[in-house]
Design a protein around this ligand. Structure first.
Ligand code: FIX
Ligand code: ZN
Length: 453
């Protein structure tokens, strides 16, 4: 019997070279929502970090410096920031070749800003950053990185940050808050004492009254920060259910708050804090966690939306499988020690194979503004490559995609999945030239309400 060959769809891309070109272009130019960073909007003053000294004293680079220099942590912490930055530059960029991902990142940033990445010292870069006007610099960096929105990390117990929120100052509309729960969930003993000092009627031993008071504290911060979601990092040994203070805070405070305010809860699992305390902020490590704990939480709280990222490479496949089982679970990002080309490629390919486009491929975790440039440039290359492979395989199986379909897929991964999860973002002024025209944004009268997940 004769079979009729189906004509290719209009605009389909049956040629691999052209397909690759289109995919690369779409991934490179689609503005991204960066769903987890430690950046703060310019209104937070000196807490809003940028410039060469901050870039060079990033904790990823500090640990690498200790591996190649005789300087010990005790001495390093006694240096001022300029001395520390000079040491990092000399050690990692002059005496050694910057091959690691974090060092290559600095090279990418310097080149993107037209600075000499092979200079003997960083005096030119220092002068450049001193000459920048912060508001223009932020626009320039977001534009170079093609980041339309930045999700911050906001700790309601950080007094310096709280003072800025409480002034009611207009925060740059491209920066969105996350209500970070670490102190409550992971350090209840100290945090309950702090809440008492702040005038809340709480006791260390959990009670219904205490839970109501902590929820009242969080409700205040939800009203002030208008967060797009809540977030918490969890240790590798995290269990759910459990019979400790963490379990109590999650069940009686965090999850009810997520429900009541319609906020998604981001879980970042697998960190081992303070593995080497002498390294301070750089001293955390990684451990394999139990994805089953997350599955049980997703099952028990099926009306809450969870975003999840695991720090251990060994947990990535299980996370994909868990996401196939729970539609209230959204995997996101290649966190911290996973934010390296070989691992990003592997995880992205695995996720595409198991989840199609129903995941958020990356977040930057940037602490210093200009890191957005390298983290997104490097990740976009890898995401594009993984997508090219997937489309090529599909082509090989007999289906070509169109440019429009590629745009739909990439927009979903870089923006749409997050927007759906958090119910949209507050509206903001149109950004030129990197504004995305057709997207879901909250209307002005909805800015106070985060819609139910
Ligand atoms: O807990 C977190 O959000 C971590 O990302 C950070 O604490 C960590 O220090 C970091 O910067 C990783 O990129
Ligand atoms: Zn982080």
């Amino acid at each position: 019997m004769m079979t009729m060959e189906k004509p290719p769809e209009r605009g389909a891309l049956p040629d691999v070279t052209q397909l690759r070109r289109e995919v690369t272009e779409v991934v490179k130019t689609t503005p991204v929502i960066d769903v987890h960073t430690h950046l703060l909007a310019p209104q937070f003053g000196e807490m809003s970090l940028f410039g060469i000294d901050e870039l060079l004293t990033y904790h990823y680079l500090i640990v690498e410096t200790f591996r190649s220099s005789e300087v010990k942590p005790e001495l390093f912490w006694r240096m001022n920031m300029v001395e520390q930055a000079d040491l990092v530059w000399k050690t990692l960029f002059i005496e050694n070749t910057p091959l690691s991902e974090a060092t290559r990142g600095v090279v990418t940033v310097l080149n993107a800003l037209g600075l000499d990445a092979e200079a003997a010292d960083v005096s030119e870069a220092r002068a450049f950053f001193r000459s920048r006007k912060l508001s223009e610099h932020v626009d320039h960096v977001l534009d170079l990185a093609r980041v339309s929105d930045v999700v911050m990390t906001n700790d309601p117990f950080n007094a310096q940050e709280a003072r800025v929120w409480e002034t009611g100052v207009d925060i740059d509309k491209r920066f969105h808050a996350t209500l970070r729960m670490d102190r409550l969930v992971n350090d209840w003993e100290h945090t309950s004492a702090r809440l008492s000092q702040l005038g809340y009627e709480v006791e260390t031993r959990g009670s219904a009254k205490t839970a109501a008071e902590v929820r009242r504290f969080l409700a205040k911060w939800v009203a002030v920060m208008k967060p797009v979601c809540m977030a918490v990092s969890l240790p590798a040994e995290f269990k759910f259910p459990d019979n400790d203070a963490r379990d109590w805070v999650l069940r009686e405070v965090a999850l009810p708050t997520a429900r009541e305010h319609g906020l998604a809860l981001a879980l970042m699992v697998g960190v081992r804090r303070g593995v080497n305390p002498a390294l301070r902020v750089a001293g955390d490590g990684v451990g394999r966690a139990d994805v089953g704990a997350l599955e049980r939480m997703c099952a028990e709280y099926s009306d809450v939306r969870f975003l999840a990222t695991f720090l251990s490479r060994e947990n990535q496949h299980e996370l994909c499988v868990a996401a196939r089982k729970f539609s209230n679970l959204m995997p996101f990002g290649c966190w911290w020690f996973l934010n390296n080309p070989s691992i990003i490629s592997e995880i992205t390919r695995e996720r595409l194979e198991l989840l199609g486009t129903s995941f958020i491929p990356q977040h930057s975790d940037a602490r210093i503004l200009e890191q957005l440039i390298y983290k997104w440039q490097h990740s976009r290359d890898l995401i594009a490559e993984s997508l090219c492979e997937s489309y090529e395989r599909l082509l090989h199986s007999g289906r070509a995609v169109t440019r429009q379909q590629i745009e739909r897929d990439v927009t979903r991964m870089l923006r749409g999945n997050f927007l759906d999860w958090v119910g949209g973002l507050p509206s903001r002024p149109v950004m030129e030239p990197s504004a995305l025209t057709a997207e879901k944004v909250r209307q002005p009268d909805e800015t106070d309400v985060v819609t139910t997940c």
